[in-house]
Design a binder for this molecule. Structure first.
Ligand SMILES: O=C(O)COP(=O)(O)O
Ligand SMILES: [Mg+2]
Length: 227
């Protein structure tokens, strides 16, 4: 890698993982050795990207919950944004209609969530969208879960928040992702790459689409900046 390597903002599920959300081990050395800043940007709750950074030996620079949570270790900044009360109320109303969030009794998908709510993809979408809209929230289908999210935040606002902390410009970044929740960070990044398994929105908003899927797609996305 040369000194012109851009900072990297990368999604987790579907980009660093396979379809079952298991991390592709081949991405590990690439992330560990990336010579510029690495930002992990995910729809997952904060403990997941924080743990990923720790296990990879990366400084913890994280956008979680689709932009609702931003943590920058270097400046000791934690920003929470978005109407969590409204998201929880959507969940309550959804249950009142006889539906379920779909993650079982001990719901690890929502347990550490601070700004949004997630519902399993095997649950009905339409009533969820109606309840969310009534409270000014949106539902994002990432291909891994339905996210009831406050539209004031997204991974783009998260990238901007990270940049203002670290005195970087979003346009310096290489962004890699796979789904609708990556679209706004794609719009801001200097170069946006969708892996081949990406959804229609991510494919449309990307500057480049890889031939390979999942972790192999990520490796292809960053290949021009290695060696
Ligand atoms: O949690 C999800 O549904 C998707 O997570 P991701 O943003 O890391 O792909
Ligand atoms: Mg993803």
């Amino acid at each position: 890698m040369d000194s012109d390597t851009p900072p990297l903002i990368v999604d987790i599920d579907g980009t660093l993982t396979d379809e079952s959300r298991a991390l592709d081990p081949h991405v590990i050395p690439v992330l560990r050795e990336w010579p510029a800043r690495v930002v992990i940007a995910t729809g997952k709750a904060m403990p997941f990207p924080i743990a990923l950074c720790e296990f990879l030996g990366l400084e913890r620079t994280v956008v979680a919950e689709n932009g609702g949570v931003v943590f920058v270790e270097a400046t000791d900044e934690l920003r929470l944004e978005g109407d969590h009360e409204a998201a929880l109320a959507v969940g309550e109303s959804y249950r009142d209609l006889g539906h379920d969030l779909g993650f079982g009794q001990i719901d690890l998908a929502n347990r550490w969530r601070e700004t949004e709510l997630v519902v399993s993809l095997d649950q009905p979408l339409e009533p969820l969208e109606e309840l969310a809209a009534a409270r000014g929230l949106v539902v994002l289908d990432t291909g891994f879960a339905y996210h009831v999210t406050d539209p004031v935040v997204d991974k783009g606002t998260g990238l901007e928040a990270v940049c203002s902390e670290l005195d970087l410009d979003p346009a310096e970044f290489l962004a890699v992702g796979d789904s609708v929740n990556d679209a706004q960070m794609f719009d801001l990044a200097g170069e946006a790459v969708a892996v081949a398994n990406a959804d229609e929105t991510a494919l449309e908003r990307a500057d480049r689409v890889t031939d390979a899927s999942y972790g192999d797609g990520f490796l292809e996305a960053v290949a021009p900046y290695r060696d």
